[in-house]
Design a protein around this ligand. Structure first.
Ligand code: FES
Length: 111
């Protein structure tokens, strides 16, 4: 495990998302409704579109290109339901957000 500091909780308010390059990988941070933090692959599993350019309402994430919808809590596809976002382990320490990218590979869905 090699957690790396990405930002602070002040940088990511509830209901917000931001994308960061961490160890050469694009990582999307989401602050869910209720304040939990999730980290997923930053690129859509459909095509090479940055998910941060889409919409996020604290519960679901919608890609701007073809409107694929993901459950923000699990990273599982809602529409279509046969896709998944790769998830990175997150650790919060002293109001700082750390992510571990080791061994996590972004997923892509063949169409
Ligand atoms: S690139 Fe995201 S839905 Fe097509």
């Amino acid at each position: 495990m090699a957690f790396k500091k990405v930002c602070t909780l002040d940088d990511l308010w509830e209901g917000e998302m931001e994308s960061y390059s961490v160890n050469g990988q694009e990582v999307l941070l989401l602050s869910l409704e209720g304040g939990d933090i999730r980290a997923y692959q930053g690129m859509c599993p459909h095509q090479d579109i940055l998910l941060v350019e889409g919409q996020f309402d604290g519960k679901s994430l919608i890609c701007r290109a073809h409107q694929w919808v993901f459950d923000a809590k699990t990273g599982t596809g809602i529409n279509p339901d046969d896709c998944q976002l790769a998830k990175y382990p997150v650790r919060i320490e002293n109001e700082e957000i750390f992510v571990d990218t080791e061994g996590v590979v972004p997923l892509f869905t063949p169409v």
